[in-house]
Ligand binder design. Structure first.
Ligand SMILES: O=C[C@H](O)[C@@H](O)CC(=O)C(=O)O
Ligand SMILES: [Zn+2]
Length: 272
């Protein structure tokens, strides 16, 4: 499991593009036949990618967790961004279509990923109790229709794991899909000092990129992000993006609270 230290705003003031990418971009989560994990000190989140081939892949318990099983003190959100596959939890198989979300509560010992062509994105946070494991099909959950064609940000936001839906200790997770011809997400931009948030962009054409905005609202920076790459946004960082084509992304948060509305918004004209 790769380890990433926490980052303060002062550390990015003079950062190069590569410095920013090393701190905030996760561009190698999905490798055929592997489960890859990245631990961030921001809210002790663990991101992962699991890409099974012929046989199932087991979720390991990395030594850094000092736990017998990955989920001994953690919960997990999984979204399949590839072909249909299955996630089995202590022997119970759950079929995940493209875009489906599985919440796995604290406690199960064995988690396995199966299905050639499937690509499972993992987002985990520490958990203090056990909530039931629940599958949400693609397009399920609470749906918010956001934005406007005239400002190129029409999008459907699906809340899967959240206070009013699938319960969890910390994780708030869902998928936002840009409508064809729409490019902007999360503009006006916001921060939420109480939660770290990660975006995993997917269904982006291979020759397209998302220009992802990060940094303090009055000190913005950017990253060029490709399909199936993730960005870590500390509580002080905006997280917004504009694509050279339409795309989808998995957004997932963990931290102090689970209130989706608990955002500090910034007008477009206030950004620098
Ligand atoms: O704190 C919430 C997150 O940034 C996302 O849910 C925003 C989002 O998906 C969007 O506006 O399209
Ligand atoms: Zn946010």
């Amino acid at each position: 499991m790769q380890h990433r230290h926490a980052t303060s705003p002062e550390q990015v003031a003079a950062a190069t593009s590569q410095d920013l990418r090393d701190r905030f971009l996760v561009d190698d989560l999905f490798a055929p036949g592997e489960v890859r994990l990245v631990a961030s000190e921001h809210d002790r989140i663990v991101l992962g990618g699991a890409v099974p081939l012929d046989g199932p892949l087991a979720l390991p318990a990395p030594a850094a967790l000092r736990a017998e099983h990955f989920l001994d003190r953690r919960e997990l959100g999984v979204v399949n961004v590839g072909a249909p596959g299955a996630v089995s939890v202590d022997g119970v198989a759950h079929d995940l279509a493209h875009g489906a979300c599985l919440y796995v509560g604290r406690g199960p010992r064995e988690v396995e990923f199966a299905g050639a062509g499937a690509a499972f994105y993992l987002f985990s946070a520490p958990a203090h109790t056990t909530h039931p494991t629940v599958l949400t099909p693609p397009g399920g959950g609470a749906v918010l229709e956001l934005g406007d064609q005239l400002t190129s940000n029409r999008r459907s936001l699906h809340q899967y794991i959240h206070a009013g839906g699938v319960r969890s200790c910390q994780i708030v997770m869902g998928v936002t899909r840009l409508h064809p011809g729409n490019m902007w997400n999360t503009m006006p931009a916001h921060t939420h000092a109480r939660r770290t948030e990660c975006y995993l962009y997917f269904d982006l054409p291979q020759d397209a990129r998302v220009l992802h905005l990060c940094g303090e609202p009055t000190q913005t920076r950017h990253l060029f992000v490709a399909d199936r790459e993730a960005v870590i946004a500390p509580g002080w960082s905006v997280h917004s993006g504009v694509g050279t084509a339409a795309y989808s992304f998995v957004w997932a948060m963990a931290g102090e609270n689970q209130s989706f509305e608990d955002m500090d918004g910034f007008a477009v004209t206030a950004l620098r």
